[in-house]
Design a protein around this ligand. Structure first.
Ligand code: ATP
Ligand code: MG
Length: 646
């Protein structure tokens, strides 16, 4: 039995929604999606109100997903202009730099003016509706300005995480045939400079990138960088003399807003395409309810704008809601491991949203760096990106939140545009490690490998049986791949690629990607479950589990284990950990192989790339596939050299 944390009555007393509200609204949302989403769509300002709410078919032979189809709106006007009358002087963005002495506040009025000027700049450079603009930036307000300026004129942005290499950047520029690249001279992370402009120069040497006409360079560090005339232009110079008057152009609801490449945990990144109306309805609605947003909240999501979380929950959701959103250009361990909490105190952050990888890294450093700061302003904590193991959940709750802040473990994907499975802090009791229940309008189903829908408590693959407004519309330039990847395996349904367990209370537990679910003697074992058990051991800092060939069981369990600082791997400890997993989960989950891992291969968004570990476990180290999105490719060599199956 897993532990239950009931809704805190004090929190619920002031929350947007309580338990009965959730049940009533959820029932309505799935019974009458037209009526429900029609009403919710009114939260935005439309220049032409939609009369057709949804037009969807998940049939692979006639696949189409359209929301608010005949409506028109401008996304940037919804994030800026409509707040000016009531929130003009409210802080839209708090910028906190890498150096703790650097921060600034930008009001809605100021942000609006800056976006208008930059939109005029883009127009002046010949960028128009439908053109693609690549954004390769640090976490500075100009990144949000660039995104919103694109939205204002109907250009499609493609944000590429500033930590990516020239090759990864080049691939994304080529795939989207971008006309303009917006970048900075250099980034600054953890006191180290990142040569963004030089990376752009290198990327533009690669084949397929000659669509780029202009590179716009924001001065971040002020270091001298090579500027190639007439291609390269400084942002500040271009902005000079631009008018702050740039009427927002109405766009069709289904006009593309952005392309974003997935993080590549499972294979070659896909250019996920999101459109305007449905996306903004969904991002803003989930942002308001999942974080129980209030007018005076200071909201901080630590994700980079290079990931979908940075799109929906740093920029679009919060700004559409008129919230104050914090953009952090630093890292959790610089100048020290207390940085997050120092920033929380400095700006009185009330809502905080981060990833399990960050929580586990901080947990390893103990409580002292957290306890040094008051964190009194915090009232809700969120998690996203990977399954959060109960051990880390409990630590987040107890140490960071002082047992006072509810935790929302939000499951979603780049493809979904917004959160699909999540607790609502005033309405849904939580269980550490479970993303709990579906958000409004979201209809999950659990199926076995043959496609049979399983009822009640069950374990299998996670499908979503009907559309929601934030759903991706296509893979940019490759609609067949879209249909193939998401709609062919279980026709009539959206296939998430994730494995899931639904418990006796109807709660969902993401068990990992389907490829990572291991079939041991016919039993489905989620990698997340075995990893949680390992991490619960006091000497284990992190663990990754994959399947490996096994003569008798079909598949065996292969675990990679990183120990906490100061611990050494020994035969004795190996036995202890194997016994520990047997005790925690049961003999069926006994690891067959346990390898010590000084480091684990992770994507730049911090996710463990199990597909690489799987190849190592299968003794196929020459078939690691695309590793261009790895944060640190050097960790792979050690794991290959030390592999236990040869
Ligand atoms: P790619 O699709 O290119 O392999 P990716 O799936 O890592 O990359 P994202 O869209 O950033 O790219 O991540 C979505 C995935 O992250 C989900 O499918 C799920 O596996 C995992 N995930 C996200 N949030 C949670 C969560 N709260 N609990 C469990 N898993 C989560
Ligand atoms: Mg994915």
């Amino acid at each position: 039995m897993s532990k239950i944390y009931p809704v805190d009555p004090t929190f619920a007393a002031n929350a947007h929604l309580r338990k009965a509200d959730y049940e009533k609204l959820y029932a309505e949302s799935v019974k009458d999606p037209e009526g429900f989403w029609g009403r919710i769509g009114e939260r935005l300002e439309w220049t032409k109100k939609p009369s057709r709410i949804r037009d969807v078919s998940f049939d692979p032979r006639d696949l189409h997903i359209r929301w608010y189809d005949d409506g028109e709106l401008n996304v940037s006007a919804n994030c800026l202009d409509r707040h000016l009358a009531t929130r003009g002087d409210k802080t839209a963005i708090i910028f906190e730099g890498d150096d703790p002495s650097e921060s600034r506040r930008i009001s809605y009025r100021e942000l609006h003016a800056e976006v208008c000027k930059f939109a005029n700049t883009l127009k002046h450079l010949g960028v128009g509706k439908g053109d693609r603009v690549a954004i390769y930036m640090p976490m500075i307000p100009e990144a949000a300005v660039a995104m919103l300026a694109c939205a204002r004129i109907g250009a499609i942005h493609s944000v590429v995480f500033g930590g990516f290499s020239p090759d990864s950047l080049a691939g994304r520029i080529a795939d989207s045939t971008a006309k303009v690249v917006v970048t900075a001279d250099e980034g600054l992370r953890g006191g180290k400079k990142i040569p963004l402009k030089a990376n752009v120069d290198a990327a533009l040497q690669r084949p397929g990138t000659n669509s780029v006409e202009t590179v716009i360079v924001v001065r971040r560090t002020g270091s001298a960088v090579a500027m190639q005339s007439p291609r390269d232009r400084y942002y500040h110079a271009l902005m000079e003399g631009q008018s702050a008057d740039c009427p927002a152009e109405p766009m069709e609801a289904e006009h593309p807003l952005f392309i974003l490449y997935t993080s590549g945990s499972t294979g070659k990144p896909k250019g996920v395409l999101h459109t305007s109306g449905g996306y903004l309805v969904y991002a803003s609605f989930t942002h308001e309810l999942v974080f129980d947003l209030r007018e005076d909240d200071v909201y901080w999501c630590t994700a980079d704008v290079g990931w979908v979380t940075g799109h929906s929950y740093v920029v679009y959701g919060p700004l559409a809601n008129g919230a104050t959103t914090l953009m952090f250009d630093g890292v959790p361990n610089y100048p020290d491991f207390g940085r997050f909490w120092q920033v929380v105190d400095k700006h009185k952050v009330s809502l905080f949203y981060t990833a399990p990888t960050a929580i586990r890294a901080l947990m390893r450093e103990g409580e002292a760096p957290v306890k040094k700061w008051s964190r009194a302003s915090l009232r809700l904590l969120g998690s996203v990106g990977e399954p959060i193991n109960p051990e880390a959940w409990e630590w987040y709750y107890r140490v960071v939140g002082d047992e006072r802040c509810p935790i929302v473990d939000t499951w979603w994907q780049t493809e979904t545009g917004g959160i699909l499975i999540t607790p609502l802090a005033g309405a849904i009791d939580t269980k550490p490690g479970s993303a709990t229940l579906p958000f409004f309008g979201v209809q999950p189903a659990v199926v076995d490998a043959t496609g049979t829908v399983l009822e009640g408590p069950a374990e299998g693959n996670l499908l979503i049986t009907d559309s929601w407004p934030g759903q991706m519309r296509t893979v940019y330039g490759d609609h067949e791949r879209f249909i193939e990847t998401y709609f062919k395996a279980y026709p009539g349904n959206y296939f998430t690629g994730d494995g899931v367990r639904r418990d006796e209370d109807g709660y969902y537990w993401i068990t990992g990607r389907v490829d990572d679910v291991i079939n041991v003697s016919g039993h489905r074992i989620g990698t997340a479950e075995v990893e949680s058990a390992l991490v619960a051991h006091p000497k284990v800092a992190e663990a990754a589990v994959v399947g490996c060939p096994h003569e008798i069981k079909g598949q065996g369990i292969y675990a990679f284990v990183t120990l906490v600082a100061g611990e050494q791997g020994s035969e004795e400890l190996r036995k202890e950990l194997v016994a520990w997993v047997r005790k925690e989960i049961g003999p069926i989950a006994t690891p067959d192989y346990l390898q010590w891992a000084p480091g684990l291969p992770k994507t730049r968004s911090g996710k463990i790339m199990r597909r690489i570990l799987r190849k190592i476990g299968e003794n196929q180290p020459d078939q690691l596939g695309d590793i261009s999105t790895l944060a640190d490719p050097t960790v792979v060599k050690n794991l290959v050299d030390e592999r236990l199956i040869r």
